[in-house]
Design a binder for this molecule. Structure first.
Ligand code: FRU
Length: 330
């Protein structure tokens, strides 16, 4: 069943929607095309679904991957238009982006919240207003959404901790480089890792700096930790960019010999984490599926008035040198 955009809120929406769509930053050529065609048609013709997609920070490689998967999946549905807004890792901008979507009464909101607490209020307002909400990868506080889609980060953290213990033979000094403190994957990847490592009293986490998910900050933090500690046996990055930052710091400081480095994400492609594992720069990474396909599949279900599950948890995988080649192609 399709929603008629011209009558849903009792007025022709072509003009305001056009102005609104024009004010948003566009992610990808696919998005631009979709939006351009919506504008040319002049809107107000009905039969279209507009999905507002609020991305936390499109500059990060994992999010570029997510955007491209999601846009390709959306392109399979001619009746879908994606209105895209990039928050650039800024909570206030993301709140404003979502307020725009709410004001324009998009048919559905997909959001990957930068941090949980600052975005909870606005996501709840959208949900309470009757607009279906899909929360992707990072969550909010509470469950004011239609569906949450994302891999189990606590489980990934635990798997990383168990593998770290295996690599270390049960003893050694570990540095954990953490993601943005208020984002749920950073909280869960920390908790799961610590849970697993607690079973090995010979392992000590000697430092756990924050690097906000960013490679350059990861590099700075790893450099500081290596300078301050003579013996570091393993560095665990909450994502591959920060783990790669650690690798760059360690090689530049001549400290890479014998040092184990593990990350999370396992992006495909020549620059991704899977290739870094294959090349021996990282010892392991854990696939963090981007969920772009699931997001659109679920959105279509909701728009067709089907009830999706409250939680969708795509599987993860450990990537080591042995199986990394399989993960280079998407
Ligand atoms: C990108 C990213 C990924 C990470 C995910 C967690 O913004 O930092 O590298 O796995 O977000 O939400």
């Amino acid at each position: 069943m399709k929603v008629n955009l011209t009558t849903k809120d009792g007025q022709a929406r072509g003009k305001s929607r056009r102005a609104f769509l024009g004010s948003l930053s566009l992610a990808l050529p696919a998005a631009s095309l979709l939006l351009a065609s919506a504008c040319q048609r002049g809107g107000g013709q009905g039969d279209k679904f507009v999905i507002g997609f609020s991305q936390a920070n499109k500059a990060e490689p994992w999010r570029t991957w997510m955007d491209s998967t999601l846009m390709k999946e959306a392109a399979k549905h001619p009746q879908l238009e994606i209105a895209y807004a990039d928050a650039q890792q800024d909570n206030s901008k993301q709140v404003a982006d979502v307020e725009n979507f709410l004001r324009q009464r998009v048919d559905l909101l997909i959001i990957s919240p930068n941090e949980a607490k600052p975005l909870t209020g606005i996501v709840k307002r959208v949900y309470d207003s009757g607009i279906p909400v899909i929360v992707l990868d990072r969550s909010i506080e509470g469950d004011s959404y239609t569906t949450f889609i994302g891999a189990d980060n606590r489980e990934i953290g635990r798997a990383a901790g168990e593998y770290a213990a295996q690599l270390l033979g049960g003893k050694g000094n570990v540095v954990e480089i953490k993601g943005l403190p208020g984002s749920t994957p950073a909280i869960d990847r920390n908790a799961g890792f610590r849970e697993a490592v607690a079973a090995h009293p010979g392992i000590e986490i000697i430092a756990d700096p924050v690097a906000d998910w960013l490679r350059d900050k990861g590099r700075e933090q790893a450099e500081a930790a290596l300078r301050a500690n003579e013996k570091i046996d393993l560095i665990y990055g909450h994502n591959d960019p920060m783990a790669m930052g650690a690798y760059l710091a360690a090689t530049a400081m001549n400290r890479a010999d014998g040092l184990k480095i593990i990350g999370i994400d396992g992006l495909p492609g020549t620059e991704g984490g899977a290739k870094a594992v294959l090349d021996g720069k990282l010892d392991a990474t854990f696939l963090y599926p981007n969920c772009g396909t699931e997001a659109i599949e679920t959105a279509m279900k909701i728009l067709n008035k089907e009830q999706p599950p409250k939680k969708i948890t795509p599987p993860t995988a450990r990537i080591t040198k042995e199986n990394a080649a399989q993960f280079i192609n998407e």
